[in-house]
Design a protein around this ligand. Sequence first.
Ligand code: FE2
Length: 359
Amino acid sequence: MRGAAMIEASPVAVAKQQTAFGKAFPYVLECGLPEATREMTGDWVRHHRDELLNQASEHGAILFRGFPVASAEDFDAFIAAFDLPNFPYNQSLSNAVRINWTERVFSANEAPAELTIFFHHEMAQTPIFPSKLFFFCEQPAEQGGETPLCRSDLLYQQLSERCPEFARNCEQKGLRYSNVMPSENDPLSGMGRNWQSTLGAQSREQAEARLAALDYTWEWLPGNCLRATTPVLPAVREVADGRKSFFNQLIAAFLGWKDTRNDPAKAIRFGDGEPLDADAVKVAAELADDLAFDVPWQSGDVVLLDNFLVMHGRRSFVGKRKVLASLVAVQRHAISPEGDGPQSGPHWSSSPKRAVAGG
Ligand code: FE2
């Protein structure tokens, strides 16, 4: 460490902070040095990197408050100091339309303000997903616009008690997601990213090759739209201490995958093709809402999430809101060699593997 003034950050309490499995949720660290600079912050992150990553895994979420992060460039530098592999938007299969601000940083979702984005694990509806993600608030909304967080291990524990058969089916059968992508970005939809961008394809042939490589099935629809259906993906994931998290996009897909092309009723099925029990999905959504901690965004806030432990969403809002995101440390679902469904047994795993566009 260099320089006379050094950043010290202390854990602080925030309103409605929770405790989950003995850990504060979220963990909140406040910068104690008003004159801190971007460079000092980078040094501080590098110095405390391993400790911070451990805290993120234990607590599920860290809210960094009071650090000198004011722009996309500051945010990019903050993330870079963690030295984790970047997972660029253009290599992801995200349905959301986003705008890249820097190499690592893009808009969280360009969906209209009045849309609620339901709870989900980032990209758990695709075979390739980040293990951690960052959010940064450059400008909070005038009203609303919080980012609700939910401890997914708590949710799954409660869901298993309330709807044991449904939880068991999720775990044993896995899920298949289906969505219709437009041929041009649809700014009115939370899932309006066009198929060319989603799949990194210039032509139908390239799109089909990418989908085939990912074990998807597909169908071309009028208007040059593309319906893509995933292979069977895990819905439950083992996390620390033998706990399990509800690692999927079930709530978001069943309740929220709705636009002029998409009908939520067709968006998701169990891996064996059976429909989901709507009442159980409702229970899952209600439990998640009851468990929600709404990040009360202030300008300059940064949140680091463990994507395996914590679900997130977005409240609707009024006024201008600028929340940026960044994804890191990609992993893939382990799909059986035949590509036809879950590996035997209830425990899914993911193997570290870099995502490569086109593969
Ligand atoms: Fe998200």
